[in-house]
Design a protein around this ligand. Structure first.
Ligand code: TR5
Length: 146
């Protein structure tokens, strides 16, 4: 599996230009550098916050893929750029994030059906390397996902 050629088909997939897609994905590498989400947490960039506590922040995704599309993120990244980097010390915040996703679904009135998604790494089209849960709902969701 390690030798399987990777063809990232994320944002540029519609263009059919696989080289451009691969280049775009390669640029969004997990460098551990601060991301746009740090600015959202610091409230240096405005966002529509739907839930906040001492550990997590939930806000509307700027490019919604469903009528309700909220991102739930830890306030302290602590090396948790992606789920695959989780260490035992992160177990508590991971549970907290999932419970916050449930609170967000209740607040948004999508308890009849919602989906929680974590895109992990380039092959899953992760584009921001600060762990985040997508909470999606408000329409009939399809399965399997793309
Ligand atoms: O692709 P992954 O799973 O990494 O998800 C990153 C998500 O962050 C995408 O759904 C983007 O639409 C979302 N995003 C990106 C930016 C942004 C945002 N959501 C709210 N506000 C945002 N700002 C201000 N800037 C972004 N670059």
């Amino acid at each position: 599996a390690l030798l399987r050629p990777r063809r990232f088909m994320c944002r540029n997939a519609a263009s059919g230009n696989e080289e451009a897609a691969a280049k775009a994905a390669a640029k969004i590498a997990d460098t551990g550098a601060p991301t746009i989400f740090d600015k959202i947490i610091a409230k240096e960039i405005p966002s529509t916050i739907v839930y906040e506590d001492d550990k997590v922040l939930a806000f509307q995704d700027v490019n919604p893929q469903a009528p309700v599309h909220i991102l739930v993120i830890p306030k302290m990244r602590d090396g948790l750029t992606q789920l695959g980097k989780a260490e035992p010390r992160h177990a508590e915040v991971l549970g907290h994030l999932l419970f916050a996703a449930k609170l967000v679904a209740e607040k948004e009135g999508i308890v009849d059906g919602f989906r929680v998604v974590i895109n992990n790494g380039p092959e899953a089209c992760q584009s921001v390397y600060h762990l985040h849960l997508h909470v999606l709902g408000g329409r009939q969701l399809k399965w399997p996902p793309g």
